[in-house]
Ligand binder design. Structure first.
Ligand code: NIG
Ligand code: FE
Length: 408
């Protein structure tokens, strides 16, 4: 039994079939058979087997009975573009007729069409739509979410998005981490070099208080390697932590570049060289895989998790929730895709959706595993064992989502 301090509990969650702590050294997932968790003030005080926890906290009246179902940490969705107006189902139909994602982007659609609808939406509307999306994520077992700006692409609209993200983090029960993604693509109404200079100068000072991370989309049709280098340098100097969208369609060498500059994560990674993998292994940068994207874009090229894992690089999973390349709320589905298409074991995928995802947003000390001192963010799933998550693919298995010790 792991124990933090000798105090009473204000809730206990008991009778799991298995409790996946991701902490004990029983196995990779830190499994405790018939495990239980004691919670106080929203934080975990102790994990152990149910009979021990029940004996230890006899006065605790708030007992959540998991009824012999699987209990594990809530999912951490460490890469989303959750705030935006409109949707792009019409573009999906165009893609189904044979147009590619990059062709649609280059012809002024794609991200540009979401920029148009996001600029047109009021902050209030964006907040309400995003709050509803967060509720759906919580229903699907997600307890913490990273959210990027990047559909404003001008000062007022990026600020509007970042303020909405801030308001969500103040008002919504899920934990939210904010990322500034002004470098999502080039706006059609400004000169390329003017936009880069605004991004690397004034915007950083303006948005520093709204976002912890700076992110960039390095790709043909978006930012090139040289621009990526100068923007990441400026953002780092301004005090942002770094992330980058790299290797989604083409390997421009940005995974190695961003990792060598201390990026906390690099994301997508369908295309990456061995050389850049070695740089990532040295830097400790987390590889965030987004397998919903090749799925939704009908690509056969998925990121290969084994190439990262073999080198000791932590691998995380996320939805990339966005209107163009993956409108899915479901981390359970990402586990399925990780297992079926990215060469992950079930253990790799569960670790990737929880503790490694928390690492990708610098929150591994706060949530992502069931450890005394961390937030009591847990889910009860309608299964007995983790391999049933990908087995029952496409189904929401969540019976209860518990955020900071409270059922939401
Ligand atoms: O992570 N790749 C760039 N950005 C998003 C997609 C944005 C969009 O299509 O609206 C992504 O896949
Ligand atoms: Fe993304």
């Amino acid at each position: 039994m792991t124990k933090l301090r000798d105090e009473s509990a204000d809730a206990i969650i008991i009778n799991s079939s298995k409790l996946l702590t991701l902490e004990t050294d029983n196995d990779i997932l830190g499994t405790i058979v018939n495990g239980a968790v004691a919670v106080k003030d929203g934080f975990i005080v102790e994990t152990g087997i149910t009979s021990d926890i029940v004996d230890k906290y006899p006065h605790c009246t708030n007992v959540i009975d998991a009824e012999n179902y699987l209990v594990m940490p809530g999912f951490v969705d460490c890469h989303t573009h959750l705030v935006f107006g409109g949707n792009r189902s019409v573009e999906m139909a165009r893609r189904l007729q044979g147009e590619s994602y990059l062709d649609i982007l280059k012809s002024g659609g794609g991200i540009h069409s979401t920029v148009k609808s996001t600029r047109a939406a009021s902050a209030n509307d964006l907040f309400n739509i995003a709050a509803k999306r967060l509720n759906l994520m919580a229903e699907n077992g997600t307890t913490s979410v990273e959210i990027k700006s990047g559909y404003g692409l001008d000062e007022d609209s990026e600020l509007k998005m970042l303020k909405v993200i801030k308001e969500l983090s103040e008002k919504h029960s899920l934990d939210i981490v904010s990322t500034y993604l002004g470098a999502h693509t080039f706006p059609s109404d400004s000169e390329r070099k003017d936009y880069v200079s605004w991004l690397s100068g004034r915007s950083l000072n303006l948005f520093m208080d709204y976002a912890e991370f700076f992110d960039i989309f390095t790709e043909e049709g978006a930012f090139d390697l040289e621009e990526t280098k100068s923007l990441l340098e400026a953002a780092k100097k301004a005090g942002f932590k770094l992330k980058a969208h790299v290797g989604q369609f083409n390997d421009l060498g940005a995974a190695g570049l961003a990792s060598s500059m201390g990026a906390i994560s690099v994301d997508h990674l369908e295309n990456i060289s061995d050389k850049d993998l070695d740089i990532m292994a040295d830097s400790g940068t987390v590889a965030v895989l987004l397998p919903g994207v090749p799925f939704f874009l009908q690509s056969s090229v998925y990121p290969d998790a084994k190439r990262f894992i073999k080198r000791g690089i932590p691998v995380a999973l996320a939805t990339d929730f966005n209107p163009g390349s993956c409108p899915s709320y479901s981390m359970q589905m990402m586990i399925t895709l990780g297992v079926f298409h990215c060469g992950m074991t079930v253990e790799d995928a569960v670790l990737g959706a929880t503790l490694n995802a928390a690492k990708a947003i610098s929150r591994e000390a706060v949530f992502g595993s069931l450890k005394p001192g961390k937030k009591a963010d847990l889910i009860i799933l309608d299964i007995k064992s983790p391999e049933e998550i990908p087995y029952y693919f496409g189904t929401n298995l969540v019976k209860k989502t518990i955020k900071s010790g409270r059922v939401i």
